[in-house]
Design a protein. Structure first.
Length: 475
């Protein structure tokens, strides 16, 4: 049913209605619209803007409608413009004219952004719960390989040996920052817009603080124009998702490389791989590749909404209808991708022997020579130069640094005595990296335990918030 039209002599052309219609994508806001309608009903009843008997009828009808929406018994029809008009149609079918009473003091402008905030909080909590599981998977796999040496990389070139557990655990810290951002976002998004009306508030005796508390928001709007115009929470959510996507893409890139024949480090589980329709031997790391590819979609959705919002005049404009599909798509994309990546990581096995053999290759122990000289008070510039000469000697004789003799080392610099041989090994190099956050295996194990403890705290807090939100929705 149309929520407007009294001043029009004719209805919109089919093309206009088709362009304006949003119920085919905003229908997923229905449960949140019903819940915000209950809060609005409560304040209308509280301030005697709806009679008690009518309020009871509407409340019962809203509960019936919620059940029918959940079961699929009530769905939009072709004449419904949006989720709000579809649900009002449902109420009037049940109650007659009294079903339209809820519109008093409320506009679709404040209604839709309230619904969208509720939807976003609900789904952001689901994303956070999935990130916690991903963290667990990463940290568990990192613990498994703390004692496994491997090359560390810069510029995709061998740099210095690292604990492979350290290499894996780095991803956990990126997702921990995403969880921090989500926590901040939840706080900033917990602002009710209900009561702002179309843009100017209402002459009716409403109580925005009452409805904010009823809906679990921490506070209500301070400016009614801003309340109906603000989509910062949408943009910020999309930025968080783009960052998560970028972090997932880096995992995807590494897994794709590590699973290649050239590396042959990673044995991705068959359950997280696919084959080729023409090449029977192929085992492709499609989960990793899709994680890498989906990041582009997430970044694109952010750019879409920022472009819609750029220079948009106040207060509400129909352009804001374009905020939902990118947001919905990003939620759906992550909720689809995160479990698959979590499972891929948990079930991947790594070849310790190949990684260990590769660890000293590419002259990755050169810094150990320079550091050894620095510890003997040789200016680092000279130490660096001497280490470079060691590399040059190895290149000319087709050897690695750990294969140089004591005599050859001392011929390059007199302070390169026999003691340097102790650090010209992968195990020696790893043990010395004991500065905070370093790659010494004992230190990495402590780092992982600390990260796991923090993740456990986050899990409990997310679970508490999910339970609280669920209880609010079921009131």
């Amino acid at each position: 049913m149309a929520l407007w039209g009294g001043r029009f002599s004719e209805g919109p052309q089919d093309s206009v209605f088709a362009l304006s219609r949003s119920v085919h994508f905003d229908w997923r806001l229905a449960p949140y619209d019903i819940r915000s309608s209950k809060a609005h009903l409560a304040v209308l009843k509280k301030n005697k803007l709806i009679e008690e008997k009518d309020a009871q009828l509407i409340f019962a009808a809203l509960n019936e409608l919620a059940d029918e929406v959940s079961s699929g018994a009530f769905v939009p029809v072709d004449s419904d413009e949006d989720v709000h008009s579809a649900l009002e149609r449902g109420l009037t079918q049940k109650l007659g004219a009294v079903g339209g009473s809820l519109r008093a003091g409320r506009s679709r402008n404040d209604q839709v952004t309230t619904d969208l905030r509720l939807f976003s909080i609900d789904h952001m909590l689901q994303i956070a719960a999935q990130l916690v599981e991903l963290q667990d998977s990463i940290l568990s796999k990192a613990t498994e390989y703390v004692d496994a040496p491997s090359p560390g990389f810069t510029h995709i070139q061998h740099a210095q040996p690292v604990s492979f557990g350290h290499e894996l655990a780095k991803h956990a810290h990126a997702f921990a920052r995403d969880l921090d951002r989500i926590n901040d976002w939840l706080s900033r998004t917990s602002v009710s817009s209900l009561g702002a009306g179309a843009l100017a508030g209402s002459s009716l005796s409403l109580d925005p603080e009452f409805t904010a508390k009823d809906l679990g928001f921490k506070k209500t709007f301070q400016n009614s124009i801003d309340a109906v115009s603000d989509r910062d929470y949408v943009s910020e959510a999309l930025f968080i998702f783009a960052m998560i996507g970028n972090h997932l893409s880096r995992i995807g890139e590494e897994w794709t490389l590590w699973a290649s024949t050239e590396f042959s480090w990673a044995q991705v589980s068959d359950a997280y791989s696919t084959g080729s329709s023409i090449m029977p031997q192929k085992k492709n790391p499609d989960v990793a590749e899709l994680a890498r590819g989906k990041s582009g979609r997430l970044v694109g959705n952010l750019v879409t909404v920022l472009t819609v919002l750029k220079a948009l005049p106040f207060a509400y404009n129909r352009d804001l209808q374009e905020d939902k599909e990118p947001l919905f798509d990003s939620f759906d994309t992550l909720l689809l991708t995160l479990p698959a990546v979590t499972g891929m990581i948990a079930t991947t096995d790594f070849d310790r022997a190949k990684m260990s053999a590769a660890a000293p290759m590419g002259f990755s122990l050169a810094t150990e020579i320079a550091d050894y000289l620095a510890k003997k008070n040789i200016p680092f510039a000279q130490a660096h130069e001497s280490a470079g000469k060691c590399v040059a000697l190895c290149e000319s004789t087709f050897r690695e640094l750990h294969e140089l003799t004591a005599e050859e080392l001392q011929s390059i610099h007199p302070s390169l005595d026999v003691g340097v041989l102790a650090v010209l090994s992968v195990s020696g190099a790893l043990k010395t990296r004991t500065t905070s956050g370093g790659t010494a295996p004992s230190l990495v194990l402590t780092q992982i335990k600390t990260a796991q403890g923090e993740n456990d705290v986050t899990r409990k807090e997310i679970s508490r918030k999910i339970k609280s939100f669920s209880e609010m929705m079921n009131q």
